[in-house]
Design a protein. Sequence first.
Length: 317
Amino acid sequence: MGKVAAAGAGFVVVIILFIGGGAIAVVQAVFGSSSSSAEGLNCAPAGASATSAAGYGPQEMGNAATIIAVGKRMNVPEQGWVVAIATALTESHLKNLNYGDRDSIGLFQQRPSQGWGTAAQIKDPTYSSEQFYRHLLALPNWQNMPVTVAAQTVQRSGFPDRYATFEPTARQIVGAVQGATCTTSATTGGWTTPTNGTCTSTFGYRGSEFHKGLDIAAPIGTPILAANSGTVISSGPASGYGLWVRIQHGNGIVTIYGHNDHNLVREGQSVQAGQPIAAVGNRGASTGAHLHLQIETNGQAVDPVQFYRQRGRQLCG
């Protein structure tokens, strides 16, 4: 983490914050081939005397820049950045805290016990930002909700109205990065875990039938992400799968996401690694809410766990 990526092996984000007539240069080199899409992004203002905004210093503004950079990478509309920044301002004042109510930690005070990830993952601002956006994007009509309602629906705080207090400051911070630019190297990005859940039925024979994928159990509505960048080649009903999405990647690789509750992408659409594409469901030949993840290489189904392991990733603990 925090490594400068070599040409063709990373994703570089350059953000310039114009705040109060000053400028904060934020430069980040992110993940090489051995990290997940949520690892390695650590935006930080250049120089100890970087200009602050709205009473927040370089550390807090660096965290804000990370949140917004993740939103840009995930194709989240600007309103989503406002919701995320307002939430982080409310929960932690944009500090990456290692404490909070009960087991809450990090920028968004997410809780490992509530399925947000491990403590180490949540303490990674990129991971926690990505998790926040995943849940936000899964909300129907979230863009038409007041900021405080959208934030509360994701966070489920005991104080649902407090997010509104920080909305003006959040808009100021987001407005300061309107001209931000993000550039990428030649890489197509790394493979990311398509959903959070418990791996149940694995690849291989189940009695007399061969199971061509991996089942990841999760509640209905849990976001499903594109495992990597590619083009959607199918999105709709499919026999046995109920509702599926199929994505064509490079090198003859196709990923399939089945039993979806609803899809968020259409055939022919280009998607990025980590972009929400559907929600976990219980459609088709399914006995419980889960994602059926199937990976094919040149038309041949392969073990998703082994596929990820060969790429330095982990699907199941």
